[in-house]
Design a protein around this ligand. Structure first.
Ligand code: GRG
Length: 339
């Protein structure tokens, strides 16, 4: 679960072609307003504090979550109104806070193509930068009302629970079920939140809000499984990533967990090797070759298909329009990275 901390510079979501000229324009305008609000709010307070939070904010990122919040608001009676822009900015700020804290826990040295805050300054500064982001989000959230505050209490709880669940590990429990719970809590929940808030603050019907939340959760699952899959099966020339980063860190993602459960000579050999992080290049190569021969690859792809179908099922509850087409294409685009 490299979570994009590999130093590669992600493309900005606002540049994604949504397949419709006026939707592209509306979302680009909305994203510009989100960006302005982010810079304005995060510049508040002492300069020695704001420079730390602006560090990762300005470093880029795909801005996928705020973009989804804007798209979700298309289903309401007041798309992309000021409350929606605030909600979209909050979701990105919470995402940012988790990245600051995650990089401390993972001892990551790069994030969004720049030195992580813990590497650039130190762990204390990085943790406090995450904390001040939560202070900024609370201020804006209070302007959006108690329902939004209550919603975020749930979201925070899930994010922290997912991180702690991952830290503690599966123990004697089912490793695949544990993985699914972790990625739902760490990734699915906040994307679902973006859909929920975009719907609520634009005045969308309850059944649309539920569909947007469900779609967000499913697409988050697809996004994370695909990311983890690429870490194992992509070739460097295509993805720009070095395969096996998670294995080197002792992080066993979905294809590995399936392969480790396998009652075959490949499974047997993997169980002998994968008892912790692997440091040696030749062993990483060998494990990657074993994984390519295992059933883990296909089983993980089957799960991606299942979540993709779930995402598309939620879209059926939404009216046919340019935004629904865009959401359908976004789901397929996420999977297309598998190659
Ligand atoms: C609530 C502050 C707080 C902490 C909760 C640290 C933590 C506990 C949770 C970690 C959650 C986490 C880091 C999940 C990973 C999510 C993920 C898929 C990150 C990568 O997202 P991208 O690819 O990144 O959208 P960009 O850089 O494009 O925004």
């Amino acid at each position: 679960m490299s979570n994009g901390a590999d130093g590669s510079q992600p493309k900005v979501a606002a540049n994604v072609d949504l397949g419709d000229v006026s939707l592209n324009q509306a979302v680009a305008d909305g994203m510009q307003r989100v960006e302005t609000l982010l810079m304005q709010e995060l510049s508040k307070g002492e300069a020695f504090v704001s420079e730390k939070v602006l560090h990762l904010t300005k470093a880029g990122g795909k801005r996928f979550r705020p973009m989804f919040a804007l798209l979700a608001s298309q289903y309401g009676t007041e798309p992309m109104n000021e409350r929606v822009i605030k909600a979209a900015a909050i979701v990105e700020m919470i995402h940012l806070a988790t990245l600051y804290h995650d990089d401390v826990m993972d001892e990551a040295d790069k994030r969004r193509g720049v030195p992580s805050a813990n590497a650039r300054w130190d762990n204390s500064v990085a943790i406090l930068a995450g904390d001040i982001l939560l202070a900024h989000t609370s201020r804006i959230m209070s302007e959006l009302g108690v329902e939004t505050v209550a919603h975020f209490a749930e979201t925070f709880g899930d994010l922290v629970t997912g991180q702690m669940r991952e830290t503690i590990g599966a123990g004697e429990g089912d490793a695949v079920e544990h993985y699914m719970n972790v990625i739902r809590e760490k990734t699915g929940v906040l994307i679902a939140s973006a859909g929920y808030l975009g719907g609520v603050h634009s005045g969308a019907k309850p059944e649309y809000i539920e569909a947007l939340q469900g779609y967000g959760n499913a697409i988050g699952m697809v996004f994370q499984i695909v990311d983890d899959f690429i870490d194992i099966f992509s070739d460097t020339a295509q993805s720009g990533k070095t395969p096996g980063t998670d294995l080197r860190e002792g992080v066993f993602t979905l294809p590995v967990l399936y392969a480790l459960q396998e009652d075959t000579p490949v499974g047997e050999e993997l169980r002998g090797i994968l008892t912790g992080p692997i440091h040696d290049d030749a062993t990483v190569e060998h494990v990657l070759a074993l994984l390519a021969r295992s059933q883990g690859r296909q089983k993980a792809l089957d799960d991606v298909t299942a979540y993709l179908n779930e995402a598309e099922r939620h879209l059926e509850a939404l009216p046919e329009c340019a935004t629904t087409d865009a959401l359908r294409n976004l789901a397929r685009f996420t999977v297309a990275r598998v190659g």
